[in-house]
Ligand binder design. Structure first.
Ligand code: C5P
Length: 219
């Protein structure tokens, strides 16, 4: 018998993309499938945690009975769901690929094709991670993700500081089998101390176990 290391812990996880509507039938989105966040939710639940999984639009099922799932669509809906749930949690893992911009106006009817170009005006969304980072208590942990196309480490490190993460998981885009849609991922973890751990290409469940092991260390 091995005791479950996360028994009694309450963990909030965000996963998947967000969709920002432009008219009743169209949206601006991204390629996130939610696989990494859902793998984290399963691993945390298996380790005894009560998980609150806030998911954008994804084609995935939640299996474990200790996962309470809240489905949202837009960045604004995800923001509200996270803000209303973070209080009372032991920590959060923000894995969602939240849209950085949303339509200023949603057309009430389907946009029609014409001869002219269509110009969409987008405004910045609220940064959920930064807001959680500000409200976080000393006793709560906060883990973020970063996917960078240039200056990966420097950008991830400044993001970790700015958003008050305990550590940040850097997804490598340098590896063909890592990132959006794949069942495998290759990560590095950057810590506030300046330490860095690099991991091999693994399936997302194993990656989730590596991340959860670092959370034990914090708790
Ligand atoms: O700045 P960037 O979007 O690259 O930061 C990524 C991290 O911030 C991820 O952990 C992501 O879930 C989180 N994030 C968020 N709300 C946003 C944008 C990003 O929680 N609006």
């Amino acid at each position: 018998f091995t005791p479950k290391p996360l028994l009694g812990k309450r963990i909030l996880i965000t996963a998947g993309p967000t969709y920002e509507k432009i008219d009743p039938v169209r949206f601006v989105g991204n390629y996130s499938t939610g696989k990494m966040g859902f793998a984290l939710a399963e691993v945390c639940a298996q380790q005894g945690a009560e998980v609150c999984l806030i998911a954008g639009p994804v084609q995935l099922a939640t299996k474990h009975q200790n996962i309470e799932r809240i489905d949202v669509e837009s960045a604004e809906e995800m923001y509200s769901a996270v803000m209303s749930r973070f209080y009372g949690m032991d920590g959060a893992i923000l894995c969602a690929a939240v849209a950085d911009f949303t339509a200023l106006d949603v057309a009430p009817e389907k946009l029609k094709r014409g001869k002219d170009n269509l110009v969409l005006e987008l405004q910045p969304t609220r940064d959920i991670a930064a807001a959680v980072g500000e409200m976080k208590l000393e006793s709560q942990f906060l883990i973020g993700f970063a996917l960078e196309t240039n200056n990966e480490e420097a950008n991830a490190a400044s993001k970790m500081e700015r958003k008050n993460f305990d550590f940040i998981v850097l997804n490598s885009l340098q590896d063909a089998q890592a990132g959006f849609g794949y069942d495998t991922n290759k990560i590095s973890i950057l810590f506030r101390s300046g330490d860095k751990k690099e991991f091999e290409l693994k399936n997302k469940t194993s990656v989730a176990q590596d991340i959860v092991s670092e959370i034990y260390a914090i708790l």
